[in-house]
Write a protein that binds this ligand. Sequence first.
Ligand SMILES: [Zn+2]
Length: 138
Amino acid sequence: MADIDAALREIVRLRAAGLCEYCRISERFTLAEHEIDHVIAVKHGGQTIAENLALCCAVCNRFKGSDIASIDPETGQLTPLFNPRVDHWDDHYQFAKWRNPGSDREGPRHSLASADESLRESQRAATSAALRPQQGCR
Ligand SMILES: [Zn+2]
């Protein structure tokens, strides 16, 4: 892992306003402090400069790792991963409606609370999926 000095970390953290730049969960709602991600990993020639760094929650960072592309499950095509320095989040993602567990009522739309709850649900599902053993692995 490349050394990232404190001043550069602060630039990245302030630019992201404390939100993971991939899933947009606030650092206030995670157990672990958000990490600094190299959008293009050092091993792929990425530099340790603000233009190549993103604030990233631990869950997103574990999933992304040093990857820069993946196979799209719908098309089977090699597809670049979301790049928060180039791509626009709203072009690729949307917040799902939040439904209060055990209630038939929908929660408020477009509120920070609903977004954060939706993201926490996504993170719980992603964490659960990540911890599940892969089929065929022994
Ligand atoms: Zn995230």
